[in-house]
Design a protein around this ligand. Structure first.
Ligand code: PGA
Length: 256
């Protein structure tokens, strides 16, 4: 399985800035066959960047899309409309679940819509601080994982990517809230076991599991060596070329 390094730019950079930043990244990023680098710019930048990107080095992801293919959904953009522009789409990010009240039903439909449109879904799951305090982590994760995948056919199950992002560890600056590799090790094993218990072995083994939450060049190596971690989903550090490129280089070193 490849290692995945995914940069979530969130709501940052104007279109021109995105283009300049992508140019910088492409110049500094080397092409590795066993590492898939993906960046997720804002919606307005996706189409121009799709013409600029070197697909041998990097792929594009959307940060969200509407599961209906076409229709009267003012202000929305569908997976069908993103077809050919992006190769991936982040689905169910905790910011969308919390700030925009994205429902489990919508997330489930989005995973299915992505696959229907030849876009690889990156399904994000993660418990909140409160759920963690109340000992609900594993129940929440099982529900979000199997719920999010429940409309996926058996043939398609190996085409999805899952990202575990504990909500309490996202965009933190204090060490107190950074998840330690030990803390995530058990969770990653639980996720793999849950997939193996639910789907056929060869498919379940092929699903990449990413970790996300305050990843930076100093901790990336430790996360990438946790068993069952097949890549990283990076927010803040993906906005700084030096840091993002260092994380890609770290992923290469960990593999070699
Ligand atoms: P962060 O964001 O790396 O800034 O914590 C990760 C994410 O939200 O995907």
């Amino acid at each position: 399985m490849k290692s995945y390094i995914v940069g979530n730019w969130k709501m940052n950079f104007a279109v021109s800035e995105s283009s300049i930043y992508l140019h910088k990244l492409l110049q500094r990023t080397r092409q590795y066959r066993d590492i898939e680098v993906v960046v997720a710019p804002s919606l307005t930048a996706l189409q121009p960047l799709s013409l600029q990107i070197d697909r041998k080095k990097m792929r594009l992801a959307a940060q969200n899309a509407n599961p209906h293919d076409f229709g009267a959904y003012t202000g929305e953009v569908s997976f069908t409309q993103l077809r050919g522009i992006v190769d991936y789409c982040i689905i169910g990010h905790s910011e969308r679940r919390q700030l925009f009240h994205q429902s489990d039903k919508d997330i489930r439909a989005s995973v299915a819509a992505a696959l229907r449109n030849n876009i690889t879904p990156i399904l994000c799951i993660g418990e909140t601080e409160t759920e963690r305090t109340f000992g609900e982590t594993y129940d929440v994760l099982r529900d979000q994982l199997l719920g999010g995948l429940s409309e996926v056919s058996t043939e398609d199950i190996a085409k999805v990517i899952v990202a575990y992002e504990p909500v309490w560890a996202i965009s933190t600056t204090t060490d107190a809230h950074i998840a330690s590799p030990d803390e995530i090790a058990d969770v990653m094993q639980f996720l793999r076991r849950t997939l193996l218990d639910t789907y056929d072995k060869s498919s379940a083994e092929q699903i990449p599991l990413l970790y996300g939450g305050s990843v930076n060049p100093s901790n990336a190596g430790a996360y990438l060596t946790v068993p069952e971690v097949n890549g990283l989903l990076i927010g803040g550090a993906s906005l700084i070329a030096d840091q993002f490129v260092k994380i890609i280089e770290t992923a290469k070193k960990v593999r070699d």
